[in-house]
Write a new protein. Structure first.
Length: 208
């Protein structure tokens, strides 16, 4: 079962110790985020791939270089205080992982957000949706129940775009978002889907 396979790949404890662009719906997600709670003890939310909150970009760059992955760096604002590093593999999925890309964001050289992207253009959309739901169930056991934030559906020129966002906040300011995006081509009878996990530590960025 995929959830169990994922649990072995993504959530192994030693991986945490070592260890398509984000859709517009995220704007609504962050605006609507509230506190989430759980009756069970929740684990501390750490970024994946062995990264650490507040860590330096060189950690990710070294990992990408060792694994011979493609790296793209871009600044996020005019004064270059924040930048994003996107890592992906020309061979498909990332090493020892089912995700196809990750993007890490840094403010003044400190890691505050990691987005992990699942689903390629050739992926089976129904399987991607199933993967999303199974992974959400596994993560809920670790971090608490997810709360829905935003759901959208747009129709235009023979296409139907659907997106949905959930979040959980195990610790104040440290948030895990799950975003599922689906695209249906009604004229050709084709569809596609992809989803993103976003680990965000808003405590890293100074309050204005």
């Amino acid at each position: 079962m995929l959830a169990m396979q994922r649990q072995g790949i993504i959530f192994k404890t030693d991986m945490f110790k070592k260890l398509p662009r984000v859709p517009n719906i995220l704007i609504g997600c962050f605006v609507l985020i509230g506190l989430s709670s759980s009756a069970h003890a929740q684990e501390v939310l750490l970024p994946p791939f062995g990264l650490q909150w507040g860590g330096e970009p060189e950690e990710l760059m070294k990992w990408a270089s060792d694994k011979q992955l493609d790296v793209a760096v871009k600044t996020l604002n005019e004064d270059s205080k924040s930048k994003a590093i996107r890592v992906e593999s020309a061979r498909g999925s990332l090493p020892d992982h089912q995700a196809h890309a990750l993007e890490a964001r840094y403010h003044r050289g400190e890691l505050f957000e990691v987005s992990v992207h699942y689903g390629s253009p050739n992926s089976d959309s129904k399987q991607i949706v199933n993967d999303f739901n199974e992974l959400k169930s596994v993560l809920a056991v670790r971090y608490g129940m997810f709360s829905p934030n935003n759901k959208q559906q747009d129709k235009a020129k023979g296409f139907i775009r659907r997106s949905v966002c959930y979040h959980v906040e195990p610790v104040r300011g440290v948030i895990l978002l799950m975003v599922l995006s689906e695209l249906e081509d009604t004229s050709k009878g084709k569809d596609s889907a992809r989803f993103t996990l976003i680990y965000s530590n808003q405590n890293i960025i100074p309050k204005k």
